[in-house]
Write a protein of this length. Structure first.
Length: 434
């Protein structure tokens, strides 16, 4: 166990250090995220040293079960492609501009409209894409209106990482935990809709208490250009996202595989977009840009973290941690709170992979509670520190480029209280639902 723990610990420590201090390595025109090569190196060390079973890994990769890490990665990548495509054709930018234009002279109205817009879009798309799109708009608008952007930036980040747990497709951590235990789209929604609503309302209340004084000052209306880049491609993108969501819901009753539905939707989007562009004698630049922006590093990263989890399970570390949690208290609260904290030690995707194995050691009667509690922790853990999720690292990096620093102290002051309230509300309602 000691050797495995040392290799896994060193891998995770180096990965987190890379995310914080040197997230990207650039050599000439070549640029690469640094977190996933470190995870891959750690996985290779475990495999070649015999700490992880290569045969078990191969069996998992060729399995038709939901636990296949390749299927989990492809499911999230496919859904992300649909969201990125909509961003490329200007849908999210249009909605952001529309929301900000509704403010009038009231910062309170702007705050509520922005929170609602981010929340609704996050439910059906991707929290990462929403953050990437809305953050520059908020900074631009605040500068033009000469108001403090902090309340709106925090509200955006909180909403994106709270409402992302409403649907199974909202976060890769949701996908990983739900797919591992065969939780389908409708079953997941039936359980998580009320905890998400409770968390979202609790978060909004605490945000209002934190920023109510700043929001009392009036603002001058700011004109923002609102337009779509390509209306035909916009319709194609919305139809595919809506169709995919509908098929995921129907597939829950028909036994269709979520990965197959999402992958089919993404491939169909590519084919239809290519045909539409060629018919108008245009190059499919939007599609190429979309594919370029897709989070491809998640594929080797998820596979690498799966190897680490296999090694921890074989060494007995997973069972030891599960025993420790069993002695702590009620499963829902224990798994929910501990998973949120562990997110901020090793990031939420590795945490989710680890808790999949930990929850597998629970009895059938309480395993479901532990899995859903870990889903809640994986989303809301992002609000405690910048390293809780890749979204936090990405967001703080964007703010730095915009001239706004938001570090650990800022998270503890502005985001952590919201995260604690939302976590308590979500877990409390989860206990009532289950």
């Amino acid at each position: 166990m000691t050797t495995t723990l040392c290799i896994c610990g060193a891998t995770v420590a180096l990965m987190i250090a890379a995310i914080i201090f040197f997230p990207r390595l650039t050599i000439g025109r070549f640029s690469i995220d640094t977190y996933w090569p470190i995870a891959l190196l750690g996985a290779l060390v475990l495999l070649f040293s015999g700490q992880a079973d290569g045969g078990e890994l191969l069996a998992a990769l060729t399995s038709q079960d939901a636990i296949n890490p390749l299927k989990i990665a492809l499911l999230f990548l496919s859904m992300t492609v649909l969201s990125v495509f909509l961003d490329e054709v200007g849908f999210f930018g249009y909605v952001a501009a529309l929301a900000l234009s509704r403010a009038g002279h009231s910062q309170t109205r702007l705050f509520l409209v922005l929170y609602a817009a981010v929340s609704i879009l996050t439910v059906f798309t991707s929290n990462d894409i929403i953050i990437l799109t809305f953050t520059p708009f908020i900074c631009y608008f605040a500068h033009a209106a000469k108001i403090d952007p902090l309340p709106y930036l925090v509200a955006e980040f909180v909403a994106a990482n709270t409402w992302s747990m409403a649907l199974v497709i909202g976060n890769p951590t949701n996908v990983y935990l739900a797919a591992t235990y065969g939780i389908d789209f409708i079953t997941y929604l039936g359980v998580m809709v009320l905890p998400t609503l409770a968390a979202g309302l609790a978060a909004l209340l605490v945000l209002w208490l934190l920023f109510r004084r700043r929001l009392r000052e009036p603002i001058e209306p700011v004109k923002i250009e609102m337009r779509f880049r390509d209306r035909l491609l916009l319709v194609i993108g919305l139809l595919h996202l809506g169709g995919c969501t509908l098929l995921l819901a129907i597939g829950s009753y028909l036994g269709w595989d979520m990965c197959s539905i999402a992958l089919f939707s993404a491939l169909s989007l590519m084919v239809v977009t290519t045909v539409a562009c060629l018919a108008r004698r245009r190059a499919p630049r939007v599609l190429l840009s979309c594919l370029k922006r897709a989070p491809w590093p998640l594929l080797p990263f998820i596979l690498s973290m799966f190897v680490l989890i296999l090694a921890l399970g074989a060494s007995g570390a997973t069972a030891a941690f599960a025993d420790l949690l069993a002695k702590t208290g009620e499963v829902g609260w224990t798994y929910g709170i501990s998973s949120a904290l562990v997110c901020n030690l090793i990031n939420n995707i590795p945490m989710s992979a680890f808790y999949c194995s930990v929850a597998g050691l629970l009895s059938d009667g309480v395993r479901e509670v532990g899995v859903y509690a870990a889903v809640i922790g994986s989303n809301l853990g992002a609000l405690l520190t910048p390293v809780g999720a890749l979204a936090g690292i990405m967001w703080t990096g964007m703010l730095k480029k915009q001239g706004h620093r938001f570090g650990y102290a800022d998270f503890l002051h502005h985001c952590a209280p919201v995260g604690v309230a939302a976590l308590a509300a979500a877990l409390g309602v989860l206990m009532l639902v289950l």
